[in-house]
Ligand binder design. Structure first.
Ligand code: GCU
Length: 609
């Protein structure tokens, strides 16, 4: 969706011409942290509803009467039949997945109803939105017994306007969260990560003026280090206003006037200290309209490609990376906080990383903002993972929505340099078309950043060794090629790495986006024994040696920083429902291979200084 497409959607929503269910989600408000907010985090009352009796009747028809849990109906007499009660059904923390809060819910997939009561002091000339950082997977949201709308997708934010619905006292917000997996969804039914359900990120009441600054982009012009280019989008009745973009510390400002749709574009020169991993400089950027003002810390850097090089601020860079799943560092549950982000990125920096791949879905906003502050470049991905329903137009629209929401949330993050539209997807006409659409969506939605996908190159083996070639047709449309390989673990022996060469049909940079093997921390033996630290260590040594020989390699992100929960990993005493390819165990213990990678990245750092 182009920028003007996104603001058209905003306009449609402003005018309230809701098309489908999802259209009832309000326009996404950018930079929640820079607004007047009230947190609704904490203990929420919940009802676990495996058969959705609070949503459909025994004929699977939607119920709209007192039996619908969103009405929070109370029996009016001792003889009235009501078979649910939020007040006596227990609590769960929000934000938080439900799986790790109650042992009985660890493997649970289905519906859980959440209820949060709150009072609210109405203010003149003020609109109120309820904002969700994310809820996995499908969220039906109700306020005071009325439906606000539905959101689909477990890893991106959404909000609803409640200005005309919120009361002073006795408000009750009810959310039905359902994480049942379905073929046509994104992701589809099969993943190698835990399907953590629930309201997994913060819930916030956001107060804004009647006409407010809905969204804006303030970034360097593509390929420039001296020219700022951006836009601002207002939302409300007073759409034509003077808006000033100011960077006090850099002594620059620009005033523009928004058009009838509340939108204005701008560009102006600025002499800025550029953001980089070594110097993650953030400027306080002020956006002031006649009716609203927002400030945000933003870094300025340029990212581009030239042949097989990736250029940061015009200079070639090698991306020393690691994969991360969105799990708390020392408690295998969905992470959402700044503290979690600081620890995870801290481990990555200890490895010598200047880059992380946030797999396989948009991680929480705290992670992106922490990467901005700590100077860690980011690969962000939408969960188009393995075998999606390529022919299904709803599935494509769903993937586009998730990408659009991620772009809207993160397009001012200097750390974010690359969007990934897919992971390990089978080459085929329908798939190529699907990914082609997504790549275009990313490029038009955010022309300042690069686009990639994690591919799987084809291989040929002969007496001389393994010959691996990147020839996936979709790579033609990518700025950077990602590639996953598990030589020495899922296929071939570790020694084969020494006789493996790489080539490509494309004059483009390669990021080796996954490689590695499992090891149980503390399990020691000879390097031929699977799951020992010694096997993983040796695998890393030979992988690193192979990577050094690939002439068009410009980055790598081994799989993975930390052991993480996976329903696909059942081996007792070793996996116990954990993928053990981490360099750090799920208790934060560093495995031998951690130091192999740290040494490699230390050498690279030494060679670029
Ligand atoms: C895959 C996949 C990961 C998975 C990993 C593994 O390639 O992208 O999500 O966890 O390999 O098998 O460990």
């Amino acid at each position: 969706m182009t920028n003007s497409g996104r603001s058209l959607l905003v306009l449609v929503c402003v005018l309230g011409l809701a098309a489908s269910d999802e259209a009832q989600v309000a326009p996404l408000i950018a930079n929640i942290g820079g607004r007047s907010t009230i947190s609704l985090n904490g203990q929420w009352q919940v009802i676990v509803d495996p058969y959705d009796v609070g949503y459909v009747d025994y004929r699977a028809q939607a119920i709209k009467n007192k039996n619908a849990f969103y009405t929070d109906y109370k029996p009016q007499s001792k003889s009235e039949l009501v078979e649910y009660d939020f007040d006596t059904s227990g609590h769960l923390n929000v934000p938080g997945d439900w799986n790790t809060q109650r042992e009985s819910l660890l493997f649970y997939e289905g519906s859980v109803w959440y209820k949060r009561s709150f009072a609210y002091i109405k203010k003149a000339n003020t609109r109120v939105f309820v904002h969700f950082g994310a809820a996995n997977y499908l969220a039906n949201v109700y306020l005071n017994g009325e439906e606000l709308g539905t959101h689909r997708g477990g890893f991106t934010p959404f909000d609803f306007e409640i200005t005309d619905r919120v009361k002073g006292e006795g408000n009750f917000l009810v959310v039905r969260v359902n994480d049942t997996r379905h073929k046509e969804e994104v992701p589809t039914v099969n993943t190698d990560w835990w399907n953590y359900g629930g309201i997994t990120r913060p819930v916030t009441l956001v107060e804004v003026p009647e006409t407010f600054i809905q969204d804006y982009e303030v970034q360097l012009e593509k390929g420039s280090t001296k020219e700022i280019r951006g836009w601002v989008q207002l939302n409300g009745r007073q759409l034509q206003q003077n808006v000033t973009v100011r960077i006090p510390e850099a002594g620059v400002s620009k005033t523009v006037r928004t058009n009838a749709a509340g939108r204005a574009e701008f560009s102006f020169p600025a002499d800025l200290r550029l953001w980089s991993p070594e110097t993650p400089k953030l400027y306080a950027v002020e956006i002031s309209a006649e009716t609203d003002k927002v400030t945000e810390p933003i870094g300025f850097r340029s990212i581009s490609v030239r042949g097989t090089d990736i250029l940061l601020n015009g200079k070639p860079i090698f991306l020393r990376g690691i994969n991360i799943h969105e799990e708390a560092p020392l408690h295998a549950s969905r992470s959402w906080s700044e503290d979690d982000a600081r620890v995870l990125l801290g481990w990555a920096k200890e490895l010598g990383c200047n880059f992380v791949r946030l797999a396989h879905y948009p991680h929480n906003e705290a992670m992106l903002r922490m990467a901005d502050r700590m100077g860690v470049l980011v690969w962000e991905e939408v969960p188009v993972y393995w075998t999606i329903q390529w022919e299904n137009p709803d599935t494509l629209q769903n993937a586009k929505n998730q990408l659009g929401e991620a772009i809207t949330r993160d397009h001012n993050r200097a750390a974010l340099i690359i969007y990934s539209v897919a992971n390990e997807t089978p080459i085929g006409e329908a798939r190529n078309h699907f990914l082609g659409e997504l790549i275009q969506e990313a490029h038009t939605g955010d022309p300042t950043r690069l686009v990639t996908a994690a591919l799987q190159a084809s291989e040929r083996q002969d007496a001389n060794g393994l010959h691996i070639r990147i020839e996936d047709p979709i790579a033609k449309e990518l700025d950077v090629m990602g590639n996953n390989e598990y030589i020495g673990w899922y296929a071939h022996a570790i020694a084969d790495l020494d006789k493996t060469d790489w080539s490509s049909d494309y004059d483009k940079p390669l990021i080796m986006s996954e490689w590695g093997g499992d090891a149980l921390f503390g399990y020691h033996g000879d390097a031929e024994t699977r799951f020992t630290e010694e096997y993983q260590e040796k695998l890393y040594e030979h992988q690193v040696a192979m990577l050094k020989r690939i002439t068009f390699l410009r980055g790598t992100t081994p799989w993975i920083l930390k052991d993480f929960r996976s329903p696909r990993r059942t081996l007792p005493g070793i996996e116990d429902y954990f993928n053990r390819k981490g360099l750090v165990s799920d208790r934060g213990e560093k495995k031998k291979a951690f130091f192999v990678l740290q040494k490699f990245y230390g050498e690279l750092q030494g060679s670029t200084q």
